[in-house]
Design a protein around this ligand. Sequence first.
Ligand code: BG6
Length: 478
Amino acid sequence: MKYKIPKDFLWGGAVAAHQLEGGWQADGKGISIADVMTAGANGVPRQITAGVLSDKFYPNHEAIDFYHHYKEDIKLFAEMGFKSFRTSIAWTRIFPQGDEELPNEAGLKFYDNLFAECHKYGIEPVITLAHFEIPYHLVKEYGGWRDRRVIDFFIRFATTVFKRYRHQVKYWMTFNEINNQTDYQEQFLMATDSGLVLEPNDPDSEALMYQAAHYELVASALAVKIGHQINPEFKIGCMINVSPLYPATCNPQDTFQALKAMQRRYWFADVHALGSYPRHMEAFFAEKGLRSDITAEDRIVLAEGTVDYIGFSYYNSMTVAAQTTNPEFHFVGPEAVQKNPYLQASDWGWPIDPLGLRYSLNWLADHYHKPLMIVENGLGAKDELTADDQIHDQYRIAYLKAHIQAMKDAIEKDGVPVIGYTPWGCIDLVSAGTGQMSKRYGFIYVDRDDQGKGSNRRLKKDSFYWYQKVIKTNGSEL
Ligand code: BG6
């Protein structure tokens, strides 16, 4: 029998609460880390301010106002034929400060309504628990995930939503792109992943990252265990950013550097999926003298709370070269990264590499032997609105077509078990990295600009009709 895209394949789209909902103070919502992130630009980082300052512009505060438009938007997703819709539950709608005893009923109600709207059209919600949305109060008062008590607060949040939505949501993910913080010198990644707001070149940042990541991994494993007790039918996954690392040349030095870089970026998935730290990380910690608070009890929890599937994002591959300044091949970030001369890049400099997706799918299947879900993929691009309200986004169609073809090849020719594909930003939203609206990923255009001006009108792009056909034919017509 020939391998094919399964009939119940979860075609859909993905977003995150803070990037589209807006309503940052609606119905008792608290301030999250995303609410203190200013707008950046292409190559200009976003700032994380000390609280909400009156003279700054925070694009996530209003975003595309999905909070008040969700019915209209889900109707459009249904028109495209979505079988699934990935979003996150904003932690601060449920626990505005993060450390309260009791949840905010109005916040819970919003997601009751949202999930009911999805089910009305047969759309399966796929829910991320933590997508760069830690309550700002936990950042300020506890220093984010460096504090073990944050595990308890997260578990209270997870348990509350698992119970409330046990019949509405089957697919869950714990921490979005938990491995972004591998680049611990990047303040923005530390803040979004772990609520660690650090000064540039903080000498403790590496140790803090490994500590915070450990607490998150324990929290994730506990959530998996508790979720399965609440509903044994739950499928709870992790969420890893996968950018496979290629060697810049076939020089064994570069090849070995690429291997070590893969180990350093993807050990998080080993812990999630295999239930323990890989030996190369234990050896690395010992060699560097990094001593995190990891208890024997934590190790039992990690072993007992392994994930049901691997959710991952794929946008691009990366290419690395060995550095004479790094004789031990530790992967220490930007200086090792090279331009790949075989690949074109997006306007934001992200290499475009569809075969890299097939490579990633094979690599993940070989390592973890679990079902895989591609929960983000896409091209951030500038769109032009014509005088008659059209958006001819052939470049986006070309990108997605090539990536879906690569996924099909992985399923059909390599036998990789893929259960769903939810391309990123199925409706235009605020970019996480730059805070821009003009970095658009959607099938649906939203009339709003980088300064937060516009009518918020929704318009179908050419890619809308193209993706509708892809879903209708279960990927046979691309
Ligand atoms: C992933 C995130 O890193 O990539 C999303 O999970 C993000 O939140 C997406 O939006 C695309 O990145 P960007 O910076 O173009 O928004």
